[in-house]
Write a protein that binds this ligand. Structure first.
Ligand code: SF4
Length: 374
């Protein structure tokens, strides 16, 4: 790599001025009309930033509008039941985000009188708000000169710097944050930050970036050197693991059993059918395992029944085959400690409970299993 093209350590003032001018001119002409761009309300910006983590813009738009009409203010969100918040989030995944959003709203009401704090450090003390989210809210809502670094800008900045190292390493992160800060203007950081994310998302894409349409191509060492395929350094491939699990629909007098998943579990705060990793394949071993694990999880005895359906789904690096059994309740009283986290629900009311995507799929199928209605 010709060293002269790599910014070492950071681009000079002339480069930065030219870069900002070209980028902002492009952004003014080409930015998408996204609902959260029509407001400087920190609550709306915060909500959009949290929803956009790990999720595509097209998916977020509908959720964002629905969530806001249900919880139009921080106070409304803080006063809601967690089950209601999770129900509105259902399908977006990464439910921890919703729980942290809810917890942070409560803190803002309790500690800041319901007004979003303007101070970056105070923002970062709130659950679920890290340096990136705080920077986005502070710069967009309050015009604070705060940098941001997320997936799109990690890739964009690596290319603008001609940085071939690992962007997730400590030195890589340090360099990229320094660059993100250095390119900000004295005023209007919010616009610049949004323009950077937009450029990364629309033009400087992971594969085959559209360099010919890029407003800053003449300033980009990666484009000049033809290194688009090697910057940023490719990530290690995820190794997927196949897993087999059981979901047990325990039925009793026309109702089915749900349990609330507890802290520390996958999908904490959501409701679910009794679910566990499954070892036995068939026969008595399978019957024994179903009975034993249902008892361990919810304290009720069952009469194991038939395999009703199989659902394939994925969670992070796990590819899960979920075998869904319908079983009859035999006996067992739920203890007081368990009662708050268990519910017997008629199939037609399953829609009131927040479930994971696979849980919802099963809930919809159950509604068609007429046999449950006694
Ligand atoms: S010129 Fe190409 S590689 Fe460089 S920032 Fe633009 S799109 Fe990305």
């Amino acid at each position: 790599m010709p060293k002269a093209l790599v910014h070492d350590p950071l681009p000079d003032r002339r480069w930065r001025q030219s870069f900002r001018r070209k980028l902002l001119a492009w952004f003014n002409r080409h930015q998408r009309d996204l609902p959260w761009r029509r407001s400087q309300d920190p609550y709306r910006i915060w909500l959009s930033e949290i929803m956009l983590q790990q999720t595509q813009v097209a998916t977020v738009t509908a959720y964002y509008q629905r969530f806001l009409s249900r919880f139009p203010t921080i106070s409304a969100l803080a006063g809601a039941e967690e089950t209601d918040v999770l129900r509105q989030w259902e399908g977006l995944g990464y439910y921890r985000r919703a729980r942290q959003l809810h917890a942070a709203a409560k803190r803002i009401v309790a500690e800041h009188g319901g007004r979003f704090p303007r101070d970056l450090h105070m923002m970062e003390k709130l659950p679920g708000i890290g340096r990136y989210t705080a920077g986005a809210i502070a710069s967009i809502a309050f015009d604070v000169r705060a940098p941001i670094l997320e997936a799109n800008t990690v890739r964009l900045h690596s290319r603008l710097l001609g940085f071939r190292g690992d962007p997730t390493s400590v030195p890589g992160q340090r360099l990229l944050w320094r660059f993100a800060e250095a390119i900000l203007p004295k005023r209007g950081s919010g616009d610049l930050n949004q323009a950077l994310m937009e450029l990364g998302s629309l033009i400087c894409t992971p594969r085959a970036p559209c360099c010919e349409a890029c407003p800053v191509r003449s300033l980009c060492p990666t484009q000049i050197g033809g290194w688009q395929d090697v910057i940023p350094a490719p990530k290690r491939k995820t190794k997927f693991e196949n897993v087999r699990e059981a979901a047990v629909v325990v039925r009793r007098s026309g109702k089915v059993l749900l349990r609330k998943r507890s802290d520390g579990e996958r999908w904490a705060g959501l409701w679910d059918f009794v679910r566990f990793p499954l070892c036995a394949l068939r026969g008595d071993d399978l019957t024994r395992e179903l009975s034993q694990k249902v008892y361990e999880q919810v304290g009720v005895k069952i009469q194991p029944g038939q395999l009703r359906t199989t659902i394939q789904h994925a969670v992070t690096r796990f590819r899960i085959t979920l075998e869904c059994f319908e079983c009859a309740y035999l006996s067992g009283a739920t203890t007081a400690s368990r009662r708050a986290s268990m519910a017997w629900v008629t199939p037609c009311r399953l829609g009131e409970y927040p479930l994971s995507a696979s849980g919802r799929k099963l809930a919809v199928l159950i509604a068609s299993w007429g046999v449950l209605e006694e």
